[in-house]
Design a protein around this ligand. Sequence first.
Ligand code: KDG
Length: 367
Amino acid sequence: MSTSLTVRPAAETAYDAVALGEVMLRLDPGDRRVRTARRFDVWEGGGEYNVARGLRRCFGLRGAIVTALADNEIGRLVEDFMLTGGLDTQYVRWVPYDGIGRTVRNGLNFTERGFGVRGAVGVSDRGNTAVSQMRPDDVDWDALFSRGVRWLHTGGIFAALSESTADVAEAAMAAARRHGTIVSYDLNYRPSLWKGIGGEERAREVNRRLAQHVDVMIGNEEDFTASLGFEVEGVDENLTDLDTGAFRAMIETASEAYPNFQVIATTLRGVRSASRNDWGAIAWSRAEGFAEATHRADLEIFDRVGGGDSFASGLAYGLMELDTLQQAVEYGAAHGALAMTTPGDTTMVTLPEVAKLAGGGSARVQR
Ligand SMILES: O=C(O)C(=O)C[C@H](O)[C@H](O)CO
């Protein structure tokens, strides 16, 4: 266990990680475009879910997902993916389907991954979903967390789904902390979601309220600015001439504003094109101070969606199972980098691959 956090020992818990969030069906046109597609690959994805699934599938920890789905064939396909992802689905709330989706439906996410100068394009079709209609008392949070949970992960995507989901997140986070569960939150600012419910002003009000229940706060520079109002001075959106000093200053300000934050972590991604990034990460903890992951210049990317979530799951794994914040941030950055080499939103890589890259290994053929 890292010296940055006191995480409950696995032996006295039912789950290592529980995620609260939406799980959508991702429709992926492969190397073509959505607008001219004739067939799609399907995957599942959701910012919060991807983290628990990564902890299960790559890192071998025990996880559950709390979400809601309309009970139709699409919802059951998402369930099939979640079962393949290895998460316990007993906390999925199944809402009767009305036959045409007038009152309740499941989220669809059409995303093409871009190539070179053509950026990735995402179109989500996720209004009026079962998960957006969740209420705080839909789940008996005290019953769940009294079973013993080491880690809860949720975030700013779930909080932005409707007027009610921020209250659901707050109920879950408060209950988790009452039972000694570490709470992580990825700000994941999505302007398209906040637009219908009060825009950036509401995003800040909601995220500032929820931040008071967070132990481990995660986001990139845009997230910290749009969601919490902390500026990273002097960087442009492509992070050219990256100066990590500006990130350190922002993190110090955030740590003073929220004494409950034990760890703050941000990815450093300079987007050179759809298929190339500069990639790194910086983390801070109250106990250990700053740690920076190895900076990877000009990283090749196959599918960037979910890279930040895989960073979060590698970081969480490190904070639960490894010794130092430096190891945790290296595992996060390595897992994020590797997850972006495969299609879909979720990880397809193994713990030995993450450990090797985090330790400075190369991509030489293994046979
Ligand atoms: O939940 C969303 O908004 C998505 O776009 C799904 C993706 O899996 C997720 O955001 C990746 O971080």
